[in-house]
Design a protein around this ligand. Structure first.
Ligand SMILES: O=C(O)CCC(=O)C(=O)O
Ligand SMILES: [Fe+2]
Length: 281
């Protein structure tokens, strides 16, 4: 399924319900604070983590407020009412043991993974706004918890229709990000999604963006390419990609933000290059 849709939901995952509820409660408490309190930990162009209520996706303002944090750094855990919350820290630092032959642990040693708390307030003109505009997640993998309100939609590849991802109690949604699309040389695809808002209910969601180290050079993995299936992407720097995305979230830019399609090697370009080199010889 994920190869075709890029999205799936997991149930019976073993994550204790109380732990998630604790984070959810903290999120509700945090967003319930007065604006001036929340803005004390506001994200800026230099401080990349923190509270933010004017995020842009593709140059359009989103109808939401967010808080980004990494639990590793206690100064940046305002998500928890207790910034020295030991349980949260311990949790974050439990890291799965990968079999060594899988080289992924190298990419994730100094990961840029972060957690985002999303709050979508009710909107009096829901047809005129989106909670999050259409986008693909730029990192490796996203694990998302959504409450029971609904609003997340995924673009179906077969017919381009937006399909609702119905809330399933205690499920986590997993979706492939752009990096896995490139690493797998398109065996897996990162799928476009967006969030609708509604006029009555507020909505909360918590994505966990699983991202590699900033110095990771992303390219199709050698093991997955060969002469018959040559790499479809040029190498790019994850750190630079992430910075560009963060800046484009922050303010309206006059240009399109960076996409992996900008690194795609197109067959046409290959042919042209080939033709030019023949002429030059
Ligand atoms: O709120 C949601 O359900 C999804 C949010 C999302 O797509 C994102 O933050 O990248
Ligand atoms: Fe997303």
């Amino acid at each position: 399924m994920p190869a075709r849709t890029g999205f799936f939901q997991v149930v019976n995952h073993g994550v204790p319900l109380e732990k998630r509820q604790k984070l959810e409660d903290s999120s509700r408490k945090f967003f319930g604070l007065l604006s001036e309190e929340k803005r004390k930990i506001r994200r800026t162009e230099k401080l990349v983590l923190g509270y933010y209520d004017t995020e842009h996706t593709k140059n359009v303002r989103d109808w939401k407020e967010v808080l980004d944090f990494v639990a590793k750094d206690p100064n940046l855990v305002p998500a928890s009412p207790d910034p020295h919350d030991k349980e949260l820290l311990e949790w974050h630092n439990v890291w799965p043991q990968y079999p060594l032959e899988l080289k992924f642990h190298i990419f994730f040693r100094d990961q840029t993974t972060y957690v985002r708390l999303n709050h979508y307030p009710p909107c009096s003109a829901p047809d005129l706004a989106l909670g999050v505009g259409r986008h693909k997640d730029g990192g490796a993998l996203t694990i998302l918890f959504q409450d029971d309100v609904g609003g997340l939609q995924v673009k179906r590849k077969s017919d381009g229709e937006w399909v609702a991802v119905k809330p399933t109690p205690d499920a986590y949604i997993v979706n492939v990000g752009d990096i896995i699309q490139v690493w797998s040389n398109e065996a897996y695809e990162s799928v476009e999604h967006r969030v609708m808002v509604n006029s009555e209910k507020e909505r909360y969601s918590i994505p966990y963006f699983f991202n590699p180290a900033h110095y990771t050079m992303v390219e199709p993995l050698e093991e997955l390419t060969n002469e018959q299936s040559p790499p479809k992407y040029k190498t790019y720097s994850w750190g630079k990609f992430l910075i560009n995305r963060r800046l484009s979230n922050f303010k309206k830019l006059n240009v399109e933000n960076l996409q992996i399609s900008h690194f795609r090697i197109s067959e046409l370009a290959d042919k042209l290059e080939g033709a030019l080199s023949i002429n030059n010889n």
